[in-house]
Design a protein around this ligand. Structure first.
Ligand code: ZN
Length: 470
């Protein structure tokens, strides 16, 4: 017999009220460790941060909490098996490294000396991502207190990496190496945000990313445009034609095969996106752009969240100095990136881009093309039982309808989906004003505690609701 919803909600809130102060003190202690992964001088701080978290997770009750080595910064793994052998296994992902921060960047107070002002906690990492990792600790405590259990209702695992802010260079190898211990029926990523404080949302997917650089070579040296102009191919012109051929007149990507496999938006998703209080004028002001532009037939949110893109990130070649220099440049360079959506395979995209690029070039222009490491897209369908569990848990915490978003950016979460073959869900309580990567990063304390509440309700919601569990 499960207790009526309101008594569980009240029991969770009572537990949180009792432990709120200690929870915030602990978080502040962790935030004081400047675990900046981009700066080699902070290597010892990353280790301190990992050790600190492992010790705290043990104190929370996790029987296993280990620091896992990588060729770079260490990660933390923790595991708390349920006493119910039939329970599903859930892996929480987050990161303990932070972006660089210094007072002179424009912070009002020391970024590594947390302060509370106006019910907001200011510190580097407050929202991205220590605060959102840490709400799971009090969350699982509240889950046990409210249900009278001694172990969680799911086999609970946590993997908290130390290199996310540096592009997670060793993450995939780490996940592959430990795939067996990380095995899970679902992954909860707590490294995202919500639409707004008054509009709680669950993110259902992230776009993937493929990047390439194309160098076009024409004549073996820069040539005099009087002696040779009009009679040999110009690689800068070829670069411009290549870039111009990326899209058709409807701003659709014109590379044959690029859209192969793309999972289209459902009518329901489009309807739900359209219900979000999106102020396009304001969004344009943030972008400091005077107009929107994108694939015909889609709204701005759909373009950013659910459609694949091809963008020119850089184009260069020829004389860039003051005055004029009448040359035909010998080479030109184009940097392109492609945001990918569910159903697109980065390897296939690389193949079709290579085939397309070579066909755009005139005789006498040869090219080199190189691709960086790609990030896969991920998407969980709206009716997936694990997603519904997150929505119900958030609903209990926020006492509001929970809406859906997606994330236009890309992250290492897709590696977890890929290697572990488990659905990825996003549980984050951060809001756009939290200032990720910026001066005066903060987390709203009320939302942080809603995160604790959501985590407290989540494990009970998962139980019995995951197909393919155990
Ligand atoms: Zn993050």
């Amino acid at each position: 017999m499960s207790k009526p919803v309101d008594s569980a909600v009240n029991a969770v809130r009572a537990h949180i009220a009792l432990h709120r102060a200690a929870f915030l003190d602990d978080l502040a202690e962790w935030l004081r460790i400047p675990s900046v992964s981009a700066q080699p001088a902070h290597a010892a701080d990353l280790r301190r941060s990992a050790d600190w978290l492992a010790a705290k997770l043990k104190e929370t009750g996790f029987p296993t909490a280990e620091v896992w080595e990588t060729p770079g910064a260490p990660a933390v793994f923790a595991e708390w098996p349920s006493d119910d052998p039939e329970a599903p296994t859930v892996l929480v992902y987050g990161h303990h490294d932070v972006q660089p921060a210094a007072l002179e960047d424009g912070w009002d107070t020391d970024p590594f000396e947390p302060v509370v002002r106006d019910n907001r906690l200011y510190a580097r990492g407050a929202a991205d991502d220590k605060g959102q990792v840490f709400f799971h600790t009090l969350g699982v405590g509240a889950h046990l207190a409210a249900t009278g259990r001694t172990t969680p209702a799911v086999h609970l695992k946590m993997l908290i990496e130390g290199e996310e802010e540096s592009g997670s260079p060793h993450f995939r190898a780490l996940v592959e190496e430990h795939a067996q211990r990380l095995a899970a029926d679902a992954v909860i990523v707590s490294d995202t945000g919500m639409w707004a404080e008054e509009t709680p949302t669950v993110c259902t997917g992230m776009r993937g990313l493929a990047e390439c650089e194309i160098t076009l070579h024409g004549p073996g040296q820069d040539l005099h445009s009087g002696s040779f102009g009009g009679a040999v191919p110009n690689p800068a012109t070829a670069a411009a034609r290549l870039v111009a051929a990326l899209h058709d007149e409807h701003a659709r990507v014109a590379i044959p095969g690029f859209y192969d496999g793309v999972v289209e938006l459902t009518d329901r998703e489009r309807e739900l996106f359209a219900q979000l209080p999106f102020d396009e004028e304001r969004w344009l002001r943030t972008a400091r752009s005077s107009a929107t532009h994108g694939e015909a037939g889609y709204t701005t949110l759909e373009r950013v969240w659910a459609r694949p893109t091809a963008e020119v990130n850089g184009i260069g070649g020829g004389y860039q100095g003051p005055g004029s220099k009448t040359v035909i440049p010998s080479s030109a360079t184009v940097k392109l990136s492609f945001r990918l959506v569910a159903g697109q395979d980065p390897d296939h995209v690389e193949r079709v881009v290579r085939d397309w690029a070579v066909r755009q070039l005139p005789a006498g222009v040869r090219h080199e093309i190189s691709f960086g490491a790609a990030t896969r897209p991920c998407l969980t369908p709206l009716d997936h039982p694990a997603l519904q569990a997150v929505v119900r848990a958030m609903g209990k915490a926020f006492e509001q309808e929970i809406r859906f978003t997606r994330e236009g950016g890309s992250g290492p979460a897709a590696d977890l989906k890929d290697v572990l073959a488990a659905p990825v869900l996003f549980l984050g309580i951060s809001v756009p004003s939290d200032g990720w990567h910026a001066p005066n990063e903060k987390v709203e304390l009320d939302l942080l505690l809603k995160g604790v509440e959501t985590a407290a309700h989540l494990w009970g919601e998962f139980k019995g609701n995951l197909p393919g569990a155990h």
